[in-house]
Design a protein around this ligand. Structure first.
Ligand code: 3ON
Ligand code: FE
Length: 493
């Protein structure tokens, strides 16, 4: 028995912190190869491309960044062709990435506390944001776009992954204008005669906050853009749509910018969750030009939300499923994110909210108490009623722990299926890919990157979405690890 195994036994944990930390090492190299080391079989019907984004660098030439959300965006592309798979990765060559690579040191402050070396004097009054393009990657309108919610997208060549520059959508965006990192894909937009469209938002916070909504057609053109002012400071990372509404949960936070101004903290470290304050739910009609105009605001106590699963209307109600945190860990200036004490922080848990648009009341119900994150569903059901969801989750049922498993929930029957990579595997965001021509909602595959600490490498894991209990149908061993990532998307092309 190895030392690690013994340690696991005595602590009765499903992981060791040392193993987990391995997934937060930088990957500096760029690769381009066919994946030859495959366990199981890649289904021949699985054809297309999985794009993923996330921090690739957790340090700049040995100077550690303060938080993974500050890491430079790196795109991984896994292409599936005739039961073979190809891997390629590339850093988004943002101005900030290139200048720091050249200088060999940190030159820019990060939103989540990365500071220029030299203490507060070196950082005071520096309000510039480094657009790190690290949060999501989408393929839409024949463009591959790396997204970061505080600035404009970066466009890449889908074949070579070369960075082509910033994307302004034909001057719809102005220089530095934000385009969020969590677009939703409406599979059947009524306003566009049933064609799919992309709905995204951006947030410009201040004493009051401007929320802008963008809708793009299949050609990638912005066909609708409208802005709304809402009272108070907003930190909103994600949203949900229905055929008629965009729904935002205004997290109960306060923002004190003084430590940021003085060079002591990143802007994101000046946000404090106020667990006793209600969350404001802002319901904005998607088509104010032609239909309903007025915004509705409801209130509920929900804790802090990064990610939502989905929303849909039933009678007078809209149901919203979201992952909620009772509190958020304070990112302290002197702390090291790799030393996190998992048990000391609150787990993300899945809740269902019932918004009554008629009388303005909100009910809520806990669906899953197991620590979870990164939900995904069948793309056909976005904004519509749905039965199945998939997410990354902890190996153990209670408490807070790293994500080591993939969890499927049948919202109709309540049945849950779990596939675990513990003790030495750590899971990222799953993506559901429908089997071509399928009718059943869970007929398809769930794809995820799993960091394997035993080999310090990552696997692309393929599960049969209709049955997690039979284990992975394929594990594609990469030649290297991919640092824990954020979001991605699959395209059948
Ligand atoms: O006034 C400003 C408003 C605003 C939009 C304040 C601000 C400068 C902080 C800001 C910018 C916000 C940004 C850039 C947010 C970026 C978020 C990000 C990169 C990632 C969020 C990830 C969320 C989760 C839940 C990740 C979970 C990860 C794991 C469980 C690890 O495996
Ligand atoms: Fe996110």
């Amino acid at each position: 028995q190895s030392y690690e195994d013994q340690q696991l036994k005595t602590l009765e944990k499903s992981y060791t912190r040392k193993d987990w930390q391995g997934g937060y090492k930088s990957l500096t190299q760029e690769f381009d190869y066919w994946i030859d080391d495959v366990e199981g079989e890649i289904p021949p019907e699985l054809q297309g491309t999985l794009f993923r984004n996330g921090p690739g660098l957790l340090d700049i030439q040995g100077q550690s960044i303060h938080h993974p959300f500050d890491g430079d965006g790196m795109i991984s592309r896994i292409s599936f062709v005739n039961s073979r798979a190809h891997y390629r990765n590339s850093f988004v060559k943002t101005a900030g990435y290139l200048s720091e690579k050249n200088a060999g040191k940190i030159l820019h402050r990060g939103v989540f506390g990365t500071q220029k070396p030299g203490g507060w004097l070196a950082n005071i009054f520096d309000f510039k944001l480094k657009n790190i393009a690290n949060t999501n990657v989408i393929y839409w309108g024949n463009k591959l776009l790396a997204l970061w919610e505080a600035a404009e997208p970066h466009r890449l060549d889908p074949k070579t992954l070369e960075t082509l520059g910033k994307e302004y959508f034909n001057n719809v965006l102005s220089a530095g204008e934000a385009f969020g990192a969590h677009p939703r894909f409406d599979p059947n937009c009524e306003q566009d005669n049933g064609a799919p469209c992309l709905v995204n938002f951006s947030v410009k916070p201040g004493l009051s906050t401007k929320i802008t909504i963008f809708e793009l057609n299949l050609a990638g053109e912005v066909v609708r853009k409208h802005a709304h002012n809402v009272p108070g400071f907003c930190f909103i990372h994600d949203f949900v749509i229905t055929p008629n509404y965009c729904i935002f949960f205004q997290n109960p936070v306060s923002f004190n910018p003084i430590p940021f101004v003085l060079g002591l903290r990143g802007a994101g470290e000046c946000i404090q969750v106020q667990p006793n304050q209600p969350t404001r739910i802002i319901v904005i009609p998607r088509f104010p030009q032609s239909g309903q105009k007025e915004i509705k605001t409801l209130e509920v106590r929900s804790g802090f939300i990064f990610h939502h699963v989905n929303a849909f209307g039933v009678g007078n109600e809209i149901l919203v499923d979201s992952i909620c945190y009772d509190s958020l860990p304070e990112v302290e200036p002197e702390s090291d994110f790799r030393q996190v004490d998992f048990e000391a922080i609150a787990p993300g848990q899945l809740w269902r909210f019932y918004l009554n648009l008629k009388d303005g009341t909100v009910q809520k119900k806990l669906i899953e108490s197991r620590c979870c994150e990164f939900p995904t569903i069948h793309p056909r059901n976005v904004g519509r009623s749905y039965r199945y969801l998939y997410m990354s989750a902890a190996h153990t049922e209670s408490g807070n722990a790293p994500l080591q498993a993939l969890l499927k929930i049948d919202l109709e029957s309540g049945e849950k299926q779990i596939w675990s990579a513990a003790p030495r595997g750590f899971t990222g965001e799953p993506i559901f890919v429908p089997r071509p021509g399928s009718e059943k909602e869970d007929d398809g595959w769930v794809l995820a990157l799993v960091y394997d600490a035993a080999h310090h490498r990552s696997d692309v894991v393929i599960l049969d979405a209709s049955d997690f209990t039979k284990g992975a149908i394929a594990r594609l061993h990469l030649q290297h690890h991919v640092p824990y990532g954020l979001h991605g998307n699959f395209t059948p092309q």
